[in-house]
Every structure is written in structure tokens, then in C-alpha cells.
Design a protein around this ligand. Structure first.
Ligand code: HEM
Ligand SMILES: *[C@@H]1O[C@H](CO)[C@@H](O)[C@H](O)[C@H]1NC(C)=O
Ligand SMILES: *[C@@H]1O[C@H](CO)[C@@H](O)[C@H](O)[C@H]1NC(C)=O
Length: 334
């Protein structure tokens, strides 16, 4: 154990040394300028310019979810899909021919009217101040809390991007990928294997269209048989629930509306819905984390919020890198 600490210490010192020797950092050291945009986010970003922003967002998210609970998972997913392409820059909200939002793979995304509603209220209260990317990030946090999940503080200061390309949305995992592909995809965003397993826990609420997993039910890997990693009683249920490929099925068959660790215990019973869910429990790199989450709700809650903050910081635009959109569906005219 002592040796481990020593090794860690040496490593940290070494890293510090490396970064200090970095010419770019050296050049900017006097001004303490950082190269990581996420360092420019802060909890009190709107303290002086729009102190009510978080309260207004929370209130409007709550009102919508109270009317329609299914919006809670949809808002969390929308935030993921925003951050997964060009970072958390609200590019998923842009709504015109050829944008991410209009791509076929985005057709089951929901929650856009909630964001528009919030934006309208915030433009009234503090015009041209709160970015759509920040709204979406806070809304995803609030949706998590309303579903019974953990609260965390959201760092603010994201700017909205001006680019959104439908083809780019196709790189977001669809549910058929192998674990290696998932790990690599997350890694490219600065998210590690623990983040992958913790964030997949969002599938403890919400639904999927049958089309996303129907191959597991009827013709797995080109055979005419079901996926052998599917629990047989669960398989029966899925056959019954899926009459059309557009039918919706809960991602967590036991407690579909509660933000808990049942998603993970389902995997232990071969009752994960998507291929990408179930294989987290069969792959040696991810299975230990599934075990840990399944048995320790406290660990899951804490890791989920840590990973959500990391997700919300992915490739953000800050300061003069983007704009504060006036209408979340369109870039500002110049
Ligand atoms: C690990 C890779 C992931 C894959 C392959 C994946 C795949 C999917 C698929 C296929 C659906 C169903 C879409 C449909 O047919 O309607 C879905 C739904 C959902 N995903 Fe993921 N997802 C992943 C990661 C995430 C992450 C990181 C989050 C958030 C932190 C998330 C949150 C959700 C939620 C909440 C839903 C339910 C949406 C609703 O009910 O409207 N997913 N996901
Ligand atoms: C995972 O999927 C990728 C892309 O489809 C493929 O190239 C790779 O061989 C697969 N890896 C494993 C271990 O199956
Ligand atoms: C299938 O699901 C049932 C009900 O949850 C469970 O009791 C059983 O152990 C599961 N079977 C397997 C092989 O995991």
C-alpha cells in the first residue's frame, strides 16, 4: 500500500514536471491561462448576470415532468447526445435540414419543447445571457433529481456552437456495438471505462423502441434464434411487447421510473435490454464495475454524478468560442 502511494506521488510529480515543461503552458503561465476549456466553467457563472437561471430551469423542468414523466429520461438522453457530438454545445438542438437533430438516428430524441420553453423564460428574465448548452446540462441534472437520482452542482459557462451536421450524429452508439467500440468511443471524449458503466446506468429509467434490440429477440447474429444471453422469461415478455418496431419497451423492466441500481441487477439476471447493456456484464473490463454498482447504490449515485459532470464538460466551447443562442433551434444571424 505504501509503495502504491509512493508510486502515485512520483507519478503526480512527474506529470506536474511534464506540464511545466510544456512550452505553451510556460508561455501562458504568468496569466495562468488554461488550455482546457472546461476550466473556464464555474458554479457561479450566472451569479451576477442571471442569478435566477437555475431556479427557473428547475421549475420549468419540474412542471413538464409532472405532466409527463417520460420527459425525464428523454432530457437526460438529449444531453448525452449533445455532448457526444461536437461536445456539449447544443448542436443537437439546431433544427434545419442537414442538422444532427434531423438525422434518422436522432428520430427518437425528445424533450426539445422543454428546452425552448426554458429559453423563452430566460430570454425574458436576462436576455442574451444563458446558453442553450448550459440550459440542457442543467435540465438533465434536474431531470435526474426528479427521477429520484442524485443532485450535483453544474459548472456553467458553455457557449453554443454554430455547426451541426447530420452525418456526425451517426457515430453515437446505437445499441449494437461491442464493448471495445464503446470503450474507444468514450475514451475519445475523455471518459473512461468506469464512466461508461456508470453513465449506462441512466438506462435505469426510460424506454427504447423495439427496433433498437429486435435482432436479439428473433435473429441474433444472422441466425434465426434469439440472443442466448437473454433471460428466457424476459425474452417472452419482449416478444409480447414488440408488435411493431416502433413500440416502446422500458430499459429497466423492474423499476422503469426509478433512478436506482436495478439496471445493474437486471444485467446479472440476463435482463439487460440492449446488446450494449447486457455485454457490460459479460466483458471482463466492465463486469467488475457492474458488480460494484449492483451491490452499492451509494457508489452508483456518487459515480454517476461525477461522470455526468465529466460528460457535461466534454469539448465545451467557452468565452469567445461560441455564442449565446437567442433561439435554441437556430444559430444567431450575424
Ligand atoms: C453506452 C452507450 C449507449 C448506448 C449504446 C445507448 C443506446 C440507447 C438506445 C438505443 C436507446 C433507445 C433509443 C430508442 O430506441 O428510442 C437509449 C435510450 C436512453 N439512453 Fe442511452 N445509450 C448509451 C449511453 C447513454 C448515456 C451515457 C446516457 C445518459 C447519461 C443515456 C441515457 C439514455 C436514456 C435516459 C434513454 C431513455 C430515453 C427515453 O426514454 O426517451 N444513454 N440509449
Ligand atoms: C468490435 O466492433 C468493431 C467495429 O464493428 C470491429 O472492428 C471489431 O473487430 C470488434 N471487436 C471485437 C472484439 O469483437
Ligand atoms: C431470469 O429472470 C428471473 C426473474 O427475474 C430470475 O429469477 C432468473 O434467475 C433469471 N435467469 C437467469 C439465467 O439469470
Amino acid at each position: 500500500m505504501k509503495f502504491l502511494y509512493l508510486a502515485l506521488f512520483v507519478l503526480l510529480v512527474h506529470l506536474e514536471y511534464l506540464s511545466a515543461a510544456d512550452p505553451l503552458l510556460l508561455a501562458s503561465a504568468k496569466k495562468a491561462v488554461s488550455r482546457n476549456p472546461a476550466d473556464y466553467l464555474s458554479f457561479d457563472y450566472y451569479l451576477n448576470t442571471c442569478p435566477d437561471a437555475e431556479g427557473i430551469i428547475q421549475q420549468i423542468v419540474g412542471a413538464w415532468i409532472q405532466k409527463d414523466f417520460t420527459l425525464a429520461p428523454s432530457l437526460i438522453r438529449l444531453h448525452f447526445h449533445d455532448c457526444a457530438v461536437r461536445g456539449c454545445d447544443a448542436s443537437i438542438l439546431l433544427n434545419y435540414k442537414g442538422s444532427e437533430r434531423t438525422a434518422y438516428v436522432s428520430s427518437t430524441l425528445r424533450g426539445f419543447p422543454v428546452i425552448d420553453d426554458i429559453k423563452k423564460a430566460l430570454e425574458k428574465r436576462c436576455p442574451r445571457t444563458v446558453s442553450c448548452a448550459d440550459i440542457l446540462t442543467a435540465a438533465a441534472r434536474d431531470a435526474t433529481v426528479f427521477a429520484g437520482g442524485p443532485f450535483w452542482q453544474v459548472p456553467f459557462g458553455r457557449k453554443d456552437g454554430r455547426i451541426s451536421i447530420d452525418k456526425e450524429a451517426e457515430v453515437v452508439p446505437q445499441g449494437h456495438e461491442n464493448v471495445t467500440t464503446l470503450i474507444n468511443y468514450f475514451k475519445a471524449k475523455g471518459l473512461d471505462i468506469l464512466d461508461l458503466v456508470a453513465l449506462s446506468g441512466a438506462h435505469t429509467i426510460g424506454r427504447a423502441t423495439c427496433g433498437a434490440f429486435l435482432n436479439r429477440v428473433y435473429n441474433f447474429n444472422g441466425t434465426t434464434k434469439p440472443d442466448p444471453s437473454l433471460n428466457t422469461s424476459y425474452l417472452k415478455l419482449l416478444k409480447k411487447r414488440c408488435q411493431r418496431s416502433t413500440d416502446l419497451v422500458y430499459l429497466d423492466v423492474i423499476t422503469p421510473r426509478t433512478f436506482d441500481t436495478v439496471y445493474y441487477t437486471n444485467l446479472q439476471k440476463k435482463a439487460g435490454l440492449l446488446t450494449t447493456d447486457q455485454e457490460l456484464y459479460s466483458d471482463q473490463r466492465t463486469a467488475p464495475f457492474v458488480e460494484a454498482m449492483a451491490s452499492q447504490p451509494f457508489l452508483f449515485e456518487n459515480q454517476f454524478l461525477v461522470s455526468m459532470v465529466k460528460l457535461g464538460n466534454v469539448e465545451v466551447l467557452t468565452r469567445n468560442q461560441g455564442e449565446v443562442r437567442l433561439d435554441c433551434s437556430y444559430v444567431n444571424s450575424r
